[in-house]
Design a protein around this ligand. Structure first.
Ligand SMILES: [Mn+2]
Length: 295
């Protein structure tokens, strides 16, 4: 048997449950952090999630099922490290499109958030009714940031130009973004920020009902409180917790068809693996919600 520590696939699954042919799910790694504006290091995010995933139990204790049996293949990391942001986004688009055409379910690991511009472009072509559920501490609604329209701070703005987007967990906003959002009333953007969550007992229903049938979920790990996930490039105090995030994702998985998702912005801290492990487990739990075992 191969040494688990050298295996490069998610959860170190055996061939039977991880070959491309037999797998429904394909994990795509996008090690890229060229436009990071505060702390760099998300380039190491995908690898840290894969490493942490090897310590996960194959049995999901909440769902009473062995989700891995749907087959989870891990593709080689995309060779994007030296590319300009636009070219990285194009690579993610091409790779996502290939998987969707092969009827696979893409799970995309960042790397920085700008990669979602490429994946959403592909999903939107396959699912014309697509809407995006975006979990983030930040609105990411800048038109341009540090001279680039493909900066991680612009990702939701670019997505809003392609399809409708429902954002939640935000607690940091620039004046430019505020003005843009105010001009968007009744537009393609629905924002449920942390202050709304505190006042709205039914915030999860509001979000779920605002989405279309086919949904792409984009999770910036800084949506969580930094006490839970300190290993992000731009931490913001006052984030949401583990169980409320799961409640939201469970509800959306029941009400809608989640067609794929990404988990981005993990910026690993050496010797402090709880953030990496949370990301790995979040992915497995969300896959369990999307693919419930037939009882
Ligand atoms: Mn963010």
């Amino acid at each position: 048997m191969e040494d688990k520590n050298t295996v490069k696939n998610y959860m170190a699954l055996e061939e039977e449950y991880s070959s491309l042919k037999k797998s429904k799910v394909v994990v795509v790694q996008v090690p890229y952090d060229k436009t990071a504006t505060y702390i760099k290091g998300t380039v190491n995010g995908p690898g840290a999630i894969i490493d942490a995933s090897k310590k996960l139990e194959l049995f999901d204790e909440e769902l009473n099922q062995e989700t891995y049996k749907i087959g989870i293949h891990t593709a080689d990391p995309l060779p994007v490290q030296d590319l300009l942001p636009e070219a990285m986004v194009d690579k993610v688009y091409t790779s996502t499109m290939e998987l969707l055409k092969a009827n696979k379910f893409p799970v995309i690991l960042g790397g920085e958030h700008s990669l979602s511009i490429g994946s959403v472009r592909a999903f939107k072509e396959i699912y014309p009714d697509l809407s995006v559920l975006h979990l983030d501490a930040h609105y990411d609604m800048r038109d341009e940031y540090f001279g680039s329209k493909f900066n991680h701070g612009c990702v939701a703005r670019r997505i809003s130009e392609m399809c409708s987007i429902v954002q939640t967990g935000m607690r940091s906003l620039s004046k430019e973004e505020k003005d843009f959002l105010s001009s968007q009333a009744n537009g393609k953007v629905k924002a449920v920020n942390v202050y709304d969550i505190l006042e709205m007992p039914l915030w999860k229903d509001t979000i779920s009902h605002s989405l279309s049938e086919h949904v792409y979920v984009s999770i910036d790990l800084d949506v969580f409180d930094p006490s839970l996930v300190p290993a992000v490039g731009t931490p913001e105090p006052g984030g949401i917790g583990w169980y409320e995030t799961l409640d939201l994702l469970r509800e959306v998985s029941k009400d809608r068809k989640i067609a794929g998702f990404d988990v981005v912005e993990l910026c690993p801290i050496k010797g402090q693996v709880s953030s990496d492990f949370l990301a790995a487990k979040l992915i497995y739990r969300l896959l369990g919600y999307i693919f419930p075992a037939k009882k």
